[in-house]
Design a protein around this ligand. Structure first.
Ligand code: PXL
Length: 285
């Protein structure tokens, strides 16, 4: 262990994302992952979702200028070492985010690393993004991204490639990299025919890196993608290079899924705070 860090400001990050009233995905997941990874998490809310473990019954978007103002207000006072996006809801919100990010140096040629998790739908298939906003992801956000982290459903929506095997996963990574991000992480969690476990694929335009991991037989993976992108963001805020931040996040998310739990009648969440289980499982002295 190093020196205690009491009173020292931790790395600062922001999630630009939607709420989840069921507490499993979106901002609740991001903030738990940030806490687990030892960074200070700020928030720009894009939408309020009405949902439980069974599904999403309402989506209420925040005015675009309010989303932009949250980002700028935080960046100009607290400061930011990395940023991530989750559910962005609509094209006008994406356009407002791009303006704010350009003004404060998030992504693109700015100094603040930018993780784009292109959230399009919940694991129940409920739509979290307007159809016309996909084009804004490709044209406005991906060229500014340090790393993008699509799952295979998002790959299909974004570039119309149906990934059923590793070869197609490689092809998807190449096509997505052509849209401008520095790194692409094509997550393999939805490749259920994969007998090798759960292999995520990182590509920087030159080198492919496979990140293998176990596959757990659980329906309780709500918030898994969010937590992983939040862990990558935390690693980047700590100054890690992208491949190291992604490798750390992979180890982190495997444990979060291993510790997932049932909740309600539908899909339960992963456990972004698995690492501090000893706090509540061991008796207080
Ligand atoms: O896990 C993707 C996601 C992100 N953000 C919000 C969500 C979900 C999935 O349901 O509800 C708000």
């Amino acid at each position: 262990m190093g020196e205690p860090t009491v009173g020292v400001t931790p790395p600062r990050v922001i999630t630009i994302a939607g709420t989840d009233s069921g507490g499993g995905a979106g901002i609740p997941a991001d903030l738990r992952a940030f806490a687990a990874c030892g960074v200070h998490g700020c928030v720009a809310v894009t939408a309020v979702t009405v949902q439980n473990s069974v599904g999403v019954t309402g989506v209420h978007a925040i005015p675009p200028e309010v989303v932009a103002a949250q980002i700028e207000t935080v960046a100009t006072d607290i400061g930011l070492d990395a940023a991530k996006t989750g559910m962005l809801a609509s094209r006008p919100i994406i356009e407002a985010i791009v303006g704010a990010c350009d003004r404060v140096g998030i992504g693109g040629s700015g100094p603040i690393p930018f993780v784009i998790d292109p959230v399009a739908a919940s694991m129940h298939g409920d739509q979290l993004l307007a159809d016309e906003a996909l084009e804004a992801y490709r044209r406005l956000l991906f060229p500014r991204a340090t790393v993008i982290t699509p799952n295979l459903d998002e790959v299909r929506l974004l570039i119309d490639i149906d990934v059923h095997d590793r070869t197609a996963q490689y092809e998807a990574a190449k096509v997505l990299h052509g849209l401008g991000p520095q790194y692409v992480l094509v997550k393999g969690g939805h490749l259920s025919e994969d007998t090798d476990g759960c292999v995520d694929l990182l590509y920087d335009g030159h080198t492919f890196t496979e990140l293998p991991g176990p596959r757990f037989d659980t329906g309780n993976t709500h918030g898994g993608g969010d937590s992983m992108a939040a862990a990558i963001t935390s690693g980047l805020a700590r100054g890690l290079a992208v491949p190291d931040a992604v490798a750390l996040a992979k180890r982190y998310i495997v444990e979060a899924v291993r510790n997932s739990y049932p909740l309600g009648a539908g899909h339960g969440p992963v456990s972004p705070l698995w690492a501090i289980r000893h706090w509540w499982e061991e008796p207080t002295p």
